[in-house]
Design a protein around this ligand. Sequence first.
Ligand code: ZN
Length: 281
Amino acid sequence: MPELPEVETIRRQLSPKLLGRTITAAWAFDSPKFDEASLAVGTTITSLRRRGKYLLVELSSPETAASELVIHLGMTGRLTVTPPTTGDEPGTTAVEAADRHLRARWSFEDGSTLRFHDVRRFGRVAVVRSGHYEQLPTLASLGPEPDDEAFDAEHLRSAVNGGRRHVKTVLLSQRTVAGVGNIYADEALWRSGVDPRARRLTRVAALRLRDAVREVIAQGIASGGTTLRDYRDADGNRGTNQDQLDCYGRQGEPCHRCGTTIVHAVVDARSTSWCPHCQRR
Ligand SMILES: [Zn+2]
């Protein structure tokens, strides 16, 4: 599933292609999860932002208040921009095959299009008044970004120690910190030496984990994201962060720090890997 680094990679690639474009037409797959795509017709894209795993496309229109096209990639969502001439050229078979999973398409004044493909249909498209996320409760209640000052060790420690949940589940909740999913949670917990099943953090462990979350997210962005199966960036390329993983998906392999075999279990319904020697509760 695309997490913060993957969505940020896509945002950076799409920005220069979409800024200033006016949406002249839209098509959506027949589902309430995608059919708001057409509400963006007649608007102009003024910026691309990201919060957590959400891409926020800011729209302006001469007639109505500023709005946002909110896109969540779900498990398998991909965004691509097709230049104006592609449809007339030979060799578009790949595009046509991919269109079987097309969920939304926006056309621009210059003939280019933004396409949202989503095989498994866990993605979501919404158009809302700027900053009004009531219909998107996860977005409305997102915690701070990892690099935000508000994501400090005490904030993290009180979120863990104040509840009864495992630390990994707190990281995945999106309420304590935005954008962390299964891959980067396992990586941050390994890096900080914290057992994913811990229910309490010392001040020292909370600071280490806070720093580790920032580090693994920054490394993920610098590597263009992590591609295990489905993820491709907006240019159709794989990320390279999968080559740098220390923990996620490495069960049965030796820990890069101590050599102990990485173990695997389901923690709160999420597949989880950790080193039983150097990650402590
Ligand atoms: Zn170890």
